[in-house]
Design a protein around this ligand. Sequence first.
Ligand code: 5GP
Length: 217
Amino acid sequence: MTAGGFDGVERRGLMFVLSSPSGAGKTTLSRMLLEREPGLKMSVSATTRSMRPGEVEGRDYFFVDKPKFETMVEQGELLEWATVFDNLYGTPRAPVEAALSAGQDVLFDIDWQGTQQLHQKASVDVVRVFILPPSAADLEKRLHTRAQDSDEVIRGRMSRATHELSHWAEYDYIVVNHNVDDAFAEVQSILKAERLKRERRTGLTEFVRKLQRQLEK
Ligand code: 5GP
C-alpha cells in the first residue's frame, strides 16, 4: 500500500472519508476534489436503492438488487455496509485495495455507520471529515434545488439529518459549508496535510539517511 509521494518520498495510501447529512454539499465537494487532486480515486458503492435521474451505473453507484447485495455481504466482498434510508449501501473491497496498492488515495462518500466500520478496520489510514450545513434552512433549500427527490423523501432526509448530525464528534475534521469554494479549500488543505503526516511516509527513513550521507561527504 505505498503511494508515490509528490516530493519523491514513498508513503501509504490513505482513505479519505467525507460524510454529512444529505444536502450539505458533500457530492459537489467530492467532485471538485476528484477533478483537482491527482492521485485520488472515488470508491463507488453498491446500493439497493433505485437510480435517480442523471445517475450512471458504475459511476455514481453499482445498482444491485437485495439478493445480490446479500450475496456480496456473505462472500466478504464489502469493506463495510449499512442500511441508510431503508436501502442497503456498501463499499466493494477489491477496487479499494487495488487503488491503494497502485499508490492512490481513495475517497469515500459514506455515512457514519460505514465510517465507524472503516475506522475499526484501518484506523491509521482513515481520515474522517464531516461536512456541516450552515443552517437547517440552507440544508432544506439545497435538498429542494437538487430536485431529485419528492417532498416526502425530502422530509425524511431532513428528519434523518438530526440523527446524522449527532455523530459529528466521531470525525477528525469538521467543515462548515457556508460557501462551496471556502469549504473546498478547507477539505483540500486537510487532504494535503494528511498526505504529509510522518507516519504515512514510509520512505522518510531512507530519504533522511540519503540526506545524511550527502551531508557527511
Ligand atoms: P444517497 O442515496 O443520497 O446517494 O446516499 C445516502 C447516504 O448513503 C449518504 O449519506 C451516503 O454517504 C451514504 N452512502 C453511500 N454509499 C455508502 C456506502 O457504501 N456505505 C455507507 N455506509 N454509506 C453509504
